[in-house]
Every structure is written in C-alpha cells, then in structure tokens.
Design a protein around this ligand. Structure first.
Ligand code: 3PG
Ligand code: MG
Length: 398
C-alpha cells in the first residue's frame, strides 16, 4: 500500500490531489449548523496540511449523514467547510456541488496550497449505488477532478462506495496518515493484544455488535456489556426489563453467547431506570434484576461502574465501543463517564473505537490524551475487528 509519504516524496507541487475524508461530524440538536464534535475534522488536518505545505491543490470530499442521493440542505457540508477553514487558518473554498459546475470550476481555479471542500458525496446517487456501473460513472467524474487520490477516511473504509472503492481504481492511490495509524492500532489489538484483554461494548443494538462479539469472545478475558444492548442479555438471563430497549429476536442468541462465554461476559448489576426517555424524567437506581415494568433503563448504575472499573483496572489492553447509557442527557451520563475514566487509568494500551464513544469522551470533557488511541471509525473499527475485508483498504492495496 502506497502512503502519503510516498506521494509527498514524488512531489505534488501544483498537482491536484483528491482526498477522501470522513467529515461526518455530529451537530448540536438544538442549534442547527453548530458542530458538536469536530474530532473527525481535526483528525484529517495533518494530511491536508502536509499536502498544502507541499504546494498541492487539495480537493477534499466527504459524506455527511445519510441523504438519499439528492441534495438536501439538512446535510450540507457548508458548516464543515467553515470549521475546516478555521482549523487550517485560511478559509477553505466550498463547492456547492460534488462533480457539477461549481466543483469543476473551483477545482480548476485552485492555487497551489489551496484547499477546496466539495459538497456532500451522498447528494449523488452514484456514491452509494449497489450497481457497479452507476458507481463507476460517478467515480469517473470524481476522479476527473484530480491527478492523485489519497484515502484518509478511515471511518468510511467499510463502505463499498464510489469515493472509497471505485475512485482508487482510477487514480494513483495512497493511504493517508490517519488510515495508516488506525490500521496499525487495530492490527495490534486484534493480532497481539497484551493480556488481560478487556472489551467494553455498549450502544443500542446487540444485532449491530453480534459479529464482533463472536469474533472477540475467544480472545478476551472479559467482555463488559452496557448500553441499550445489555437489556437483551439481561432478559436472556431471565430478568424482566420493563420498557427498556429489547431485541426480542436476539434473546436466544444472547443466551447462547452467555453460555459459550462461561462467565466472561459481564452484565450490569444495577441500572438507572427512568419513566421516560427525557432528561427531566423521574429516575431511580434499581438492581438489574428488579427493573419496574413501567420504567426503562437509560444508564448502568454506580455498582456496575465499580464492577466494570475493577475489570478494566486489571487489563493490559482495553477496547471500548459504545456508550454505557444515554450520555447526551446529564442524568444518564455517569455510567459512560465512569467507564471512560477507568479506561484512562489503566497501565496498558486502550483504544476507543468509534463515532459515539469518541464523541462521548470529548463531550464529557475527558482528557483525550489519556487514551492509547481514539478511533475515528465506529462501524469501520468493528468490522476490522470482525476480520472482514474492508473495501476501502482492499482498494488501496490492489
Ligand atoms: C460513520 O459515522 O459511521 C461513518 O462516517 C460512516 O457513515 P455511514 O455509517 O453513514 O456509512
Ligand atoms: Mg456508522
């Protein structure tokens, strides 16, 4: 796999370089256009700055959210262009389309060292199409904007999309520094994790995590389960979970996993149970086996935090993906905070995998530098750990 350093070595002054970034950042729910966590923008900056400083004409492309293949103002990258300019110290040029007249004219007009951001890739049906020809036609147009392609969108390497999979077949292709770093870390935790190895999983659905649980179970000393997904496991243990999130069709799978894990899957012993999914809802801490029928669990409780922190404390390697509760609402943030803080204290190597957990770390104001690595890819890091071939990485290698 050729890298950004190889490209810089070849010399890029005056050359147009298309950089696929993952600028799919979260926005403040109460303030449209206000980015609530710019971590993904900052993560790709070193690549953009290196190219800019080498005199390249930098054309950045990304998706944002999941628009349906047509322009949708709700998903414009315009606020991201503004933030990118602030971080670069000079305004980024913004094209109001991806491969249309605005993009082609802006790309042609770029000066050496200038940075252009194209509008959301997913405003074009070809980006995510399952049809190779449709994706290919869009990839042709994207590739025509530049002479070189750099993929630094680690968070999207698991997507077989035009900008990730098809463009690299059309241009000299290079992996950016972020992609290289992420792969190096994930390889380390999946091939040779120092023991004891503790994995912490949260988030809402067991079904999303099933493949990674199956892949990791043979390798871990303990698998700690919190978040919405813990209720399906609790139900599989025979407990009633009230109005908590439950995946009925996964209960027997969870029972099988618990049997197979032989005590290595650790569930919360208490939960914060609320009358409604709201910050001002009445809430009490109850035993995980005593969730009232009219309440739903929105966080793990304090005893669970102690239990989880204890397991984390003795680990040499920790991988964490998924919040322990609804951390965006203050009354239900303590579980995620407690687990995150325990991870920062280990005498070993910790990896925070993914969008939500990475955002939680920053939203809760926890020192980012206390973690071994904070991944920019949620789905991508999970699929890597599942052992899947990731289309974006395969395209860079071939
Ligand atoms: C993410 O946020 O997980 C990545 O940006 C990929 O987005 P997607 O799940 O919409 O493909
Ligand atoms: Mg995702």
């Amino acid at each position: 796999m050729k890298t950004l350093d190889d490209l810089l070595g070849e010399g890029v002054s005056g050359r147009r370089v298309l950089v696929r970034a993952d600028l799919n950042v979260p926005f403040d729910k109460n303030e449209p256009g206000r980015i609530s966590d710019d971590g993904r923008i900052r993560a790709v900056l070193p690549t953009l700055i290196a190219l800019r400083d080498a005199g390249a004409r930098v054309i950045v492309c990304s998706h944002l959210g999941r628009p349906k293949g047509a322009p949708d103002p709700k998903y414009t990258l315009a606020p991201v262009a503004t933030r990118l300019g602030e971080l670069l110290g000079v305004p980024a040029v913004f094209a109001s389309d991806t491969v249309g007249p605005s993009a082609t004219e802006s790309a042609a007009a770029l000066a050496d060292g200038q940075v252009l951001l194209l509008e959301n890739l997913r405003f074009n049906p070809g980006e995510t199409s399952k049809d190779d020809a449709e994706r290919g036609a869009f990839a042709d147009e994207l590739a025509a904007l530049a002479e070189y392609y750099v993929d630094d969108a680690f968070g999207a390497v698991h997507r077989k999309h035009a900008s990730v999979y098809d463009v690299p077949a059309r241009l000299p292709r290079y992996a950016g520094g972020l992609v290289i770093k992420e792969v190096e870390v994930l390889r380390r935790v999946s091939e040779s994790p120092e023991q004891p190895y503790v994995v912490v999983l949260g988030g809402s659905k067991v079904s999303d995590k099933l493949a990674v649980i199956q892949a990791l179970l043979p390798k871990v000393d303990k698998l700690l389960v919190g978040g919405g997904m813990c209720f399906t496991f609790l139900k599989a243990q025979g407990h009633e979970v009230g109005k908590s999130l439950l995946e009925e069709d996964m209960i027997s799978t969870c029972a099988d996993l618990l049997a197979q894990a032989d005590g290595r899957i650790v569930l919360p012993v208490d939960v914060v149970a609320a009358t409604a999914f709201a910050a001002d809802a009445d809430h009490v801490t109850v035993a995980a086996s005593q969730i009232p029928a009219d309440r739903l669990g929105l966080d793990i409780g304090p005893e669970s935090v102690v239990l989880f922190a204890d397991a984390i404390g003795s680990a040499k390697t920790v991988f964490w993906n998924g919040p322990m509760g609804v951390f965006e609402l203050a009354p239900f943030a303590a579980g995620t905070r407690g687990v995150a803080e325990a991870i920062t204290k280990i005498d070993g190597f910790s990896v925070v995998g993914g969008g939500d957990s990475a955002a939680a770390v920053r939203t809760l104001g926890i020192d980012e530098s206390a973690f071994g690595h904070i991944s920019t890819g949620g789905g991508a890091s999970l699929e890597y750990l599942e052992g899947k071939t990731l289309p974006g990485l395969a395209a860079l290698e071939s």
